[in-house]
Design a protein around this ligand. Structure first.
Ligand code: AMP
Ligand code: ZN
Length: 447
């Protein structure tokens, strides 16, 4: 039985699907710059979620959105628009910026062997749905207009503070002096923003007879409404989404469609690098391509991520990535062992799956893998569950390579060490090493 920590219930719960297809929505990237390794952890954890559900026998329909509408750098509906910022930086249009970073995000996504969502949803493809949702929220009396846009009146939604256990009175008291504008409550947020005369904002759509653009939480509620139908089973995101983004998605969904958005909510924690926050000023914004340049594969990084738990804070170091890489090579060499001697399958895979079914505890599952006797069939199932391409990257050696190993053994026995060394070097060139054991020579992958 799959158990998940449900943020909405503030506890661990047994997973019971709403229907015969599990509907999942994952808040995706804002496509105005490269996704760094911290950003990518979420998609690795949610890939494990999808794979676990599938191995458990569920059918899954999942949407991952791509935020290509410029939303603002701060959560508070203030500051610079992220896509405009990217466009200015690169001398491109906002549309070119979005296309570029969608492409780059997908490259990383596939290199991490992440399960393809059934639908990739680009926010700008749902503007008509956004307008309809704002119409509905207006009709239902949840909004008010300011010179800045249409705002959500959080006082009208009495469950507003529940999801994140917000202390609204405290927030209100602590609000900046001069928190004047025309916002009625401190947590009120824009569902639609107006573009004023002379304001530079390339992405714009006409609504209420003037140019504007949707507020950034809205796309998730409207995409879910159109593509999946609320309530969905599972909504995923980062813990930073709890107090504002997801709280607001829930409010908008209720105000527009009078329904709950999702039954289960999963949130993953942040990683630090050498104990520090990831930030440009610290120069520690690593991309997958940076890891590859240093001799790691994307899957070594996935291995590192899955060696911890999605709810815990994690500290990334190159030493720990080195360890993850060595562990992955070790596992591939156990596959090599399967090619060379018979290993009897036990119930190990059941134990591995059980660990993962316990709130996606991949760390424990990995520890079980380290200690268990596993057959080739078990490794196949492990690949299905974690997407580590272990079997694919661990091919059986060719007949010629086998023959070389036999020749080397003969040379060694005849004490022709010049020849056996020559063959050893040749094998090393093919990425193979031979260990001499009491049972005779055993080959392994060098990399
Ligand atoms: P950003 O572009 O920095 O706003 O990040 C986009 C999303 O990536 C955030 O909303 C977080 O959920 C996630 N994220 C950012 N930094 C990290 C990190 N260091 N570790 C894990 N997730 C992160
Ligand atoms: Zn979202």
């Amino acid at each position: 039985m799959l158990k998940l920590y449900n943020t909405a219930a503030h506890k661990l719960e047994n997973f019971k699907p709403l229907s015969d297809v599990v509907k999942i929505y994952t808040c995706g990237p804002t496509v105005y710059s490269d996704a760094h390794i911290g950003n990518l952890t979420a998609y690795i954890y949610w890939d494990l979620l999808v794979r676990t559900l599938k191995v458990d026998g569920f059918k899954v329909k999942r949407v991952l959105n791509l935020t290509d509408v410029g939303h603002l750098v701060s959560d508070a509906d203030e500051g610079e628009d992220k896509l405009e910022k990217g466009a200015a930086r690169e001398g491109k249009t906002v549309w070119e910026v979005a296309d570029t970073y969608i492409e780059k995000f997908k490259q990383d996504y596939y290199s991490l062997e992440l399960t393809e969502p059934e639908i990739w949803a680009r926010a700008t493809d749902y503007i008509e749905e956004d307008k309809e949702a704002v119409d509905l929220m207006n009709e239902h009396g949840f909004t008010y207009e300011t010179t800045d846009g249409i705002y959500f009146d959080t006082a009208k939604f009495d469950r507003y503070a529940d999801f994140a256990k917000l202390d609204l009175a405290g927030l209100q008291a602590g609000a900046r002096v001069g928190f004047s504008d025309e916002k009625r409550g401190v947590a009120d947020f824009a569902v639609w923003k107006f573009i004023h005369e002379g304001e530079k904002h390339a992405m714009r759509w006409d609504y209420l007879e003037r140019p504007g653009y949707p507020g950034w939480h809205l796309e998730c509620a409207t995409i879910i409404h159109k593509e999946l139908g609320e309530p969905i089973d599972i909504h995923t995101g980062g813990i930073d989404h709890i107090p504002i983004h997801h709280t607001n998605e829930i409010a908008e969904c209720y105000a527009a469609y009078e329904r709950d958005l999702s039954k289960y909510w999963l949130h993953c924690n942040f990683i630090t690098i050498n104990g520090e926050k990831i930030s440009k000023s610290l120069g520690n914004v690593y991309l997958i391509s940076d890891l590859v340049e240093r001799g790691f594969s994307a899957l070594d990084y996935k291995m590192w991520v899955l060696s911890g738990h999605y709810q815990g804070t994690r500290n990334f170091t190159f030493e720990s990535l080195e360890a993850a890489k060595a562990r992955r090579l070790g596992w591939r060499n156990r596959i090599a062992e399967c090619y060379q001697k018979e290993i009897i399958s036990s119930d190990s895979f059941e134990k591995i799956l059980e660990a993962v079914n316990n709130n996606l505890n991949s760390a424990e599952a990995f520890a079980i893998i380290d200690g268990a006797e596993l057959s080739l069939d078990d490794w196949r199932k492990i690949d299905e569950l974690f997407g580590l391409r272990l079997i694919e990257e661990s091919p059986k050696i060719s007949e010629e390579t086998s023959a070389l190993i036999i020749m080397r053994e003969k040379a060694r026995k005849a004490k022709d060490f010049a020849k056996s060394d020559e063959i050893r070097d040749k094998l090393a060139g093919q990425g193979i090493t031979v260990k001499d054991t009491s049972d005779g020579p055993v080959w392994q992958y060098l990399r």
